[in-house]
Design a protein around this ligand. Sequence first.
Ligand SMILES: O=C(CO)[C@@H](O)[C@H](O)COP(=O)(O)O
Ligand SMILES: [Co+2]
Length: 225
Amino acid sequence: MLEDVMIAPSILSADIANLAADLDAISTADYVHVDVMDGHFVPNLTFGPNVVKAVKANTSVPADVHLMISNPDEMAAEYAKAGADIVSFHIEAATHAHRIVSAIHEAGAKAGIVINPATPVSSLEAIIDDLDLVLVMSVNPGFGGQKFIPNSLRKVSQVRALAREHGVSPIIEVDGGCSAANAAELIEAGATMLVAGSAVYGKVDRAAAIAEIREAGRAGIAKRA
Ligand SMILES: O=C(CO)[C@@H](O)[C@H](O)COP(=O)(O)O
Ligand SMILES: [Co+2]
């Protein structure tokens, strides 16, 4: 049973020159979402483990690190060692997914797997038992502020069904184009955590934006099958 809707603002949309202040502004969030992009797996380039350390030094909000990198086999555990509370990597980039999950766990963090919009939920079947989190991308990764892909809703339901079938309850996170406008249907479909970049940092009052998305999402809890 979902306790409450979790919100993870993405600092991809924050002012990096004023990161400490922009972290203070989201102190009511459940996680701070850190988008790591390497310029290979996705065209864009962002943060490394040093930024995860800086985030951890400047907020008590747990860090949810989303790795969009070509080499999670080599690098995923480094982000756990840098202090990430959750480290998620893309199944499309992994050679030995089970080994990466074990390495993240051994380094002391929760482990998640991310699936792109064109990757089927069935790709999680052999590993869902070992995961703390499944992240459904609802945009093609690489940039903030993109339009939500509607088929993602069906994929969220499929992840929930797969988790139920396996008797596990990972966090089901959705990333890309999430806002108060689609929070209820996402939560109803089975999401438990929503990433919000522009929907939080694009607003002047970030705490109010978080509260608004959370409140909108709560309407979906009651409607769940
Ligand atoms: O991983 C990504 C993009 O690749 C996301 O975490 C974005 O940062 C979300 O931004 P919005 O769509 O919420 O503006
Ligand atoms: Co992300």
